[in-house]
Each structure stands twice: as structure tokens, then as C-alpha cells.
Design a protein around this ligand. Sequence first.
Ligand SMILES: Nc1nc2c(c(=O)[nH]1)N[C@H]1C(S)=C(S)[C@@H](COP(=O)(O)OP(=O)(O)OC[C@H]3O[C@@H](n4cnc5c(N)ncnc54)[C@H](O)[C@@H]3O)O[C@H]1N2
Ligand code: MOO
Ligand SMILES: [Mg+2]
Length: 644
Amino acid sequence: MKKNESISGLILAGGRGTRMGHVDKGLQPFRGKPMAAHVLERLAPQVASIAINANQNLDTWLGFGVPVWPDETPGFAGPLAGLEAGMRRCATPYLLSAPCDSPFVPEDLAERLFEALQREDADLAFAATQEPGKMVQPHPVFCLVKAELQPVLSAYLAAGGRKMDGWYKELKAVEVLFDDADAFRNINTRDELEQLDADGSSFPRTGSTPPGEPHFADQPQSLAQVASCLAGYDPNALPVRDAQRIIRDFVTPIRGIEQVALRSALGRVLAQDIISTINVPAHDNSAMDGFALRGSDLKPDAPTTLRVIATVYAGRPCDIVPSDGECVRIMTGGVMPNGCDSVVPQEFVTADSDTSVTIPPGAIRTGDNRRLAGEDLKAGNAALRKGKVIRPADLGMLASLAVAEVPVQRRLRVAFFSTGDELRSIGQPLDEGCVYDSNRYTIYGMLQRLGCDIIDMGIVRDDPQALEDALRTACENADAIVTSGGVSVGAADYTKQVMARLGDVTFWKIGMRPGRPLAFGRIASGAHSAYLFGLPGNPVAVMVSFYFFARDALLRMMGAEAPLELVKARSAGAIRKKPGRTEYQRGILSRSDDGMPQVRITGSQGSGILRSMSEANCMVVLHDEQGSVAAGDMVDVLLFEGLV
Ligand SMILES: Nc1nc2c(c(=O)[nH]1)N[C@H]1C(S)=C(S)[C@@H](COP(=O)(O)OP(=O)(O)OC[C@H]3O[C@@H](n4cnc5c(N)ncnc54)[C@H](O)[C@@H]3O)O[C@H]1N2
Ligand code: MOO
Ligand SMILES: [Mg+2]
């Protein structure tokens, strides 16, 4: 290992360590010492001097016996802010950085980066690796940079820039390929740490969150890790079901239960199983107004005459025990007298007098019209299961158990806004080339029907700072964020850059129509994080993407299960369709002359034709592998009624 006197070393330990439970990652013990001590041990011999960039637990960091420099940019602004703090204080021409959670940092890091930087006359050199058959993976936080570039970095940070590789674009940066990918892997979670600590092995070969990216508490995996479970994952040609699966695996339910009065529970998600404490009904009782009797008294082939010994009304206790040949007049809901097992409705009998009735043979069978105790709900059994969205029938069930207050999940807070300079709000003049913002209202409607707490943030301009501010505000106030527009490839679409900068966000082109582009992930601001659904701007695409991706995820976050049910209908006409993508055509379901359900599509299916949604009462779902449909073929249909 060669010491280079022109280089100072900096260990980046300024993150929050959220996924480690808000403790500094570098301070976590690993193979007998703090993780950062491994980095220090490997880096120090390569450089003239070394320091640590940390923003919390400074006393502990000072215990490492080297200078500790906190960020100058406030708010845990990421590794670039750490690098800037290092560059400000750097006494040598070059600064070398490595993250505190990479205990296997290579022993020739300084040497190799320095050699490349000199050779290419570059401003900055950073490490990269390539595993067989995979793309080159850059590791931008392992970098060597000219200290004199500090003002350039400070300006980038002041303009809101946070991403390492974003800043690199302003410089002459050179990528240096190292052989050992494991040497650059970082340890993000306690599980990873404990596993490696225990078995002494090298890193597990799963993708890990790049160092310096926001890490999220209770977010077990990065999107890349979730997606890596899918064979042949291609973000630019992703089948609908794969996108749905990644989203489903990535989101986690929110915590928080509240007790609400029974009526207020309508539409809410039940947070606990409701166990019946009583039998409903509490007693065997009559289903008819008539006469309670013993089935064994009835003659199979001849009329049976019985003596009426009493009358039982609903809601009155009953201690009468009829003998052979006797019966009791009983009202619907009346408690069955002991010994009686059947009720004959009063309209089937002939009343001989007030105290005698005759029942024709075969009028009833033994056991008829008797309701058994507990036949609705049995004491000790679950009446309603956690996760159920409470409907009117459930309110009634709860009432029959005398449940006055219901434990429900707290409402999911969802912030949403529309993006685009061409959008105008109701009340504003419609300038040339502009459209009124309709997505704001369709999204509002869809979220409202899901029972979310809605934060309507209106229209946000196509401006990076405005978008960042809006996303941060949304993130700090909501569990999930829904945006529309700016996720395709247009020149003024800054939305994607800003989203990517704020967290673990991926951009897909999904094999579907409409709704091809979609941004999904989780972003962070301050101590908050929120799931993000960046829906496409086209007015039909936004709705289709909401129903087929956001809806399920939001319900899952609410702790509810409500999968979409498709029904079959006959297609009234031919529909052209290419295999290889899913199409959602807007349709009208009706009864054909033979009484069978039939569907016809609503005419123009353009992604901007909102009328096609408004006129429709269903969507025809033409699956990936499906080709054109002939008139009379059966197709899958999703009914709008009850969809949200
Ligand atoms: N060269 C390519 N162009 C486009 C592609 C592509 O793959 N390559 N994808 C197309 C598809 S598919 C869709 S969908 C759209 C999605 O675009 P964005 O998400 O970037 O959305 P915008 O460009 O902002 O808007 C698209 C369209 O929708 C109108 N819009 C947007 N927001 C609203 C709103 N709140 N209310 C009413 N109308 C809205 C907007 O004016 C545009 O006409 O990209 C295609 N292009
Ligand atoms: O598929 Mo885009 O979603 O055409 O509108
Ligand atoms: Mg666009």
C-alpha cells in the first residue's frame, strides 16, 4: 500500500442511519470494532491525513482520534454536503472520500483513482465495478477530487443539488473500474450487519442501496432489491403484472389505530379482528309467526290436531315446556319453548278454536322455521376480520354484538398535485395553448372514494425548485404522494430528475395502453418519507394508472385487501389489439337480447379523451398475451361501480 502525501482522506459518516434505527451506521460494531474503524484502518495508510464527516454523536466520533467535521449545509443534505465540508478544510490538493459503512474498502483505492485522474487530467475520479453479465455499477461516493473545486460544489449545493452523479456532470470525471464488487458494497441494515458479523463471509450478493441515498426506516428493501426478484426485469418494457408486483412488495402498511364511533366506521379499514362475545341470536327462536311444536307429534299421512297452551312474543322470556300433543303460538323472533323443534306458519293451519289447531299432513318437516342460537355469530368466533373495509352490513354485524366503538386504521394521508406549465385552474383565463387542469379533480375523486385524507396541492410549475419544494412539502405531510404529468420523456419534464434526487424512485415504461410511463418509489425530506406515484399526465392515462397501480398500493398501505375482480362479458364488436401489451379500453356493459352481459367500447380510445372514461361504466381489460378480439368473443371487464 502506497501513501500519497498529496491526498487527504475523508470518511463520510454524516447520514442519519435511518435503516439502522437512527444510530450512526459507522459506529455499529462489526467484527469486534465499529464499522468506521475498518474504513479508517484501510484508508489511513493510503493518505497524508484523514478526517471524519459526521453530523451526530460527535463526541463518540472524536474518540477515533482524528478530526471530525460536520456538514456546513444544514439538514442532512447527503454525501455531497459531507464532501464539501471536507474540501473546505482539506490541506492537500486532493481529497479522497469513502463511506463509513464499507468496511472492505480496497487498499489501493487512492493509488488507482489518483493514477486515472492524472492520466486523464480529470477533476475527479470515482470507482465502479462490473459483475459478469451486468451493467457497470458506479460507486460515486468512493471518489478522489481536486480540493480547489470546492466553490463549484458549494454552488451546486446552494442551488439545491444533492446527487453525487448530478454534480459529476459539471466536471471532468473519470470512472475507474475495480475488480472486486464486494469491496464497495455497503452495509445498510442491522440484518446485513448481523449476518456478516456472524458468519464471517463476504457480502450477500443482492443489490444494496447506494451509499448516501436516503435510507428509510421500516423500509426493508430498496426498489432495486425488490425488482431483482423478477426474472428479466426491464424498466423500459415492464409487464403490468411485474410492475404491480414490485409496487405491492415495496409498500408497507402504515401504523396507527383509532377508535371511532360505530357509524363513523363506515368505509374505514378494520384494524383488529372482532371476536363475538355472544351468540347471535342468543336463543333458538322462530323464523315465522305460527305455532311451535315437536316434529315427532306430526302425523305423516293425516291431519294433526294440537292443543295451544300459550303464546310467546318476541323479546319475552319463555319457560313453557309443552307436553306431547301440545303446541305454543309463537311470533317471529320469539324464543323457542323447550322441547319444540319446529314452527308451522299460521297460514298453514286451521284454527279449530283459540286453544286448538289442525295441521295438514306434509305442511312442514321437523326443524323447519327454527333459527338456532349462534347461527349468525358464535361466541368466540371472529365476526369480522382485520383489514376489512367496513360496509353497511358490517355496521349491522357490529351493532348486533353491541360494539359501540370500532378500532380502525388511521386514515391514509395522500398529497397530490398536477404538474405542467400549460395547466390552468378553474377561474383563470385559458391562455393560448393551455388546458384546464382536469387531473386535479379526477385524482381528488379517486382518492376520496378510497377514503383517504387528501391534501390538494393544486398545480406545480415545470420548475425544478418548485417541484422539489412541492415534493418535500408533500413528503413531510403525507404517507403517499400522487402526481400527474412530467414522467415521460419531454424536455420540460423536470419532474423525473427532482423525484430521483429525493429518494429511491424508478421510472418505468410499462407494457400497457394507456398509462405507459410511471414513476414509483419512496422519497425523503427531513425525517419524513412517503411513497410516490408519479402518474402520467394524459387524462385517461392518469386514471388507468391510478386504478391499476396506485389503488392497490394505497389500500395495502391502509391495511386493506380489496383486489380488483374482473367479470366476463361478450364483446359486441371486434377490437384491434396487439399482443405484448395490456390494453384498457373504456366500455359500456349492458344486457344483450339473450340476457347475457355484453360490452361495447366507447369509441375513441385516445389517452387524452376523458369523455371515453366519463361515458363508460367499465373497462375492457385486454391482457398482455391477447391479440385482436372478434365480435362475440368473451373478454374480461372491470366494472366501475364499486371500484373505489
Ligand atoms: N417521445 C415520447 N413522447 C411521449 C411518450 C413516449 O414514450 N415518448 N409517452 C407518451 C405517453 S404514453 C404519455 S401517457 C404521455 C405522458 O406524459 P407526461 O407524464 O410527461 O405528462 P405531460 O407531458 O405533463 O402531459 C401529457 C399530456 O397530458 C396533459 N395534461 C397533463 N396534466 C394534465 C392535467 N392536470 N389536466 C389535464 N391535462 C393534463 C398535457 O397537457 C399533455 O397534453 O407522454 C407521451 N409522450
Ligand atoms: O399510454 Mo399514454 O399513457 O398513451 O397516454
Ligand atoms: Mg411530458
